[in-house]
Design a protein around this ligand. Structure first.
Ligand code: 9MR
Length: 354
């Protein structure tokens, strides 16, 4: 070998050694070692599912937070920004800036959006709740709100929670302004109006405490049957899954998901968290991890359970401590954005072959 080639070879060897010492990838083995671990979204996609998180506008300035939000999930739900008080603060005056910010961020990160929510008794603007409406007036107001918002996001969102929390615990209709003024038909109307405005969006009914089979989920089961029989556009049933360790795990979740699938609906776990009485102990965090694992497995076991969304991913931004004083630690990442046992349990469930 000519000496110049030998020198070059030796130099290449030295260079490789320096690169290895510096931790820079050089060969195929190093590349394999460098490969980024699969995200929750990657793992869910292997099952044809998504894994999502809610988020909220004020948190978006936290760059450590947005890094994980943009990386680990493939579905995003605005926690507040698309609600009525935010989007129509004065009658007929629409403001989509908060929802747009989240939709734009999701698009930049190649994530889809579950839009939330059009018809709900809570977080309504004052102009709507502070006066009486005739049925005709309220119907017009509701239709305009739904169609203006759905049209604005047409083609940009995967699904809409059209009606949120329509039933009481005993399965009777919640006496909301919409129910009291318009009767139960407001639900079918809302779905039809939303469908006209975006025929491709998946339209959902969504509620909490409907994970187990019981009076409240039975009410949805009956309603879905009726709506389907009437040809009303309805595509999914969202189970919020705000669970609490002290109230027990909904062991009939999988059967419940399956019975809605048999009615021809998609299902999704839409607002998952598992709160506990504080302080969090190792034992409680282990139990919480089991519940996250069980919920993930239940969804994977039912073909039409299309995905799971956690109601934000970190305890830093959870709604729980403000609403249930003395409770919290409900999400898979802690307040320092470090993954908890629940995160690893979800991964294990998603990694298992099916
Ligand atoms: O996460 C939302 C929180 O920031 C709001 O203050 C709260 C107001 O009720 O709503 C929270 O989100 C709710 C969701 O829209 C519907 N299901 C229950 C959620 C928790 O309250």
């Amino acid at each position: 070998m000519p000496s110049r080639s030998r020198t070059r070879l030796r130099l290449a060897g030295v260079l490789a050694a320096v690169l290895v010492a510096a931790g820079v990838a050089t060969g195929p083995a190093a590349q394999a070692h460098e490969k980024k671990p699969a995200t929750l979204a990657d793992l869910a996609q292997r099952h044809g599912r998504y894994f999502g998180s809610a988020t909220d506008n004020p948190e978006l300035t936290d760059t450590a937070y947005t890094r994980i939000l943009g990386h680990e999930f493939d579905m995003i739900t605005p926690g507040n920004g698309m609600k009525w008080y935010a989007t129509e603060p004065q009658q007929g005056v629409f403001d989509f800036s908060q929802g747009d910010e989240i939709v734009n961020l999701a698009r930049a990160n190649h994530q889809k959006v579950r839009a939330h929510t059009l018809v709900w008794h809570s977080q309504l603007p004052g102009w709507l709740t502070s006066r009486e409406w005739t049925a005709d007036e309220l119907r017009a107001v509701l239709k305009k709100h739904i169609q203006t918002e759905v049209r604005h996001y047409r083609g940009k969102v995967y699904a809409w929670d059209v009606v949120n929390e329509a039933f009481n615990e005993d399965g009777t209709y919640r006496e909301t302004i919409f129910y009291k003024t318009l009767g139960p038909g407001y639900i079918a109307d809302a779905l039809r109006w939303a469908h006209q405005a975006d025929p491709k969006a998946k339209l959902y009914l969504n509620d909490y405490n409907v994970e187990a089979i019981g009076p409240k989920s039975d009410a949805y089961y009956r309603l879905v049957k009726e709506l389907k029989a009437q040809g009303v556009p309805l595509h999914g049933f969202g189970l919020q899954a705000h669970l609490a360790l002290q109230y027990g795990y909904p062991t009939t979740l999988e059967d419940n998901l399956r019975r809605f699938a048999r009615l021809g609906l998609d299902t999704a776990l839409t607002e998952v968290d598992v709160r506990m009485l504080l302080p969090a102990t190792e034992e409680k965090l282990a139990q919480q991890a089991d519940w996250y694992r069980d919920m993930t497995e239940a969804c994977l076991a039912v073909r039409r359970c299309v995905g799971i969304t956690v109601w934000d991913y970190t305890d830093k931004y959870s709604w729980i401590p403000a609403f249930f004083p003395g409770q919290g630690a409900a999400l898979p990442w802690d307040e320092q954005l470090a993954p908890k046992p629940a995160y690893h349990a979800i991964r294990e469930a998603l990694r298992a072959p099916r």
